[in-house]
Write a protein that binds this ligand. Structure first.
Ligand code: FES
Ligand code: FES
Length: 150
């Protein structure tokens, strides 16, 4: 099947029911998207489909056909302000959840360029961080808005 990943068309020989997480990690060696729970509960595997966050561990490959799929590898340029905010505030601890946190943040900022505290919390409520970096994540989302507007 043909998938549109990070603005490139990629032909991939995958079972249509294979979760996108394994298409990305195992077939395409795109390991920025992480495997956490495998059950749609932790958010570590978050990607965007047509700009909205979805859990790639529980979304079959077929669901991405004809849609624009974006992974953490595809946001470095357009969303550099998010990356810069994460670096400036030293957000990650172990780092494992952070690509999912950033993808949910990018999904939020695509719809809402200046979210308030409640909107940030709602957008990120499904992204679990075992290291407890939630306070820094929230600050980084706000800083990324400031950096973009500078
Ligand atoms: S690995 Fe997909 S939600 Fe946890
Ligand atoms: S930084 Fe370790 S799980 Fe979030």
């Amino acid at each position: 099947m043909k998938l549109e990943i990070n603005k490139k068309t990629i032909e991939v020989d995958a079972d249509p029911q294979m979760p996108l997480l394994w298409v990305l990690r195992d077939l395409l060696a795109m390991t920025g998207t992480k495997f956490g729970c495998g059950k749609g509960l932790c958010g570590a595997c978050t990607i965007l489909l047509d700009g909205s966050p979805v859990r790639s561990c529980s979304t079959p490959a077929i669901a991405a056909e004809g849609k624009e799929l974006t992974t953490i590898e595809g946001v470095a340029e357009e969303y550099k302000h998010v990356q810069d905010a994460w670096v400036e505030l030293n957000v990650p601890q172990c780092g494992y959840c952070q690509s999912g946190q950033i993808m949910s943040t990018v999904g939020l900022l695509k719809k809402n360029e200046s979210p308030n505290d409640e909107e940030i919390e709602q957008a990120l409520v499904g992204n679990i961080c075992r290291c407890g970096t939630y306070g820094r994540i929230k600050k980084a989302v706000k800083l990324s808005v400031q950096l973009k507007n500078q």
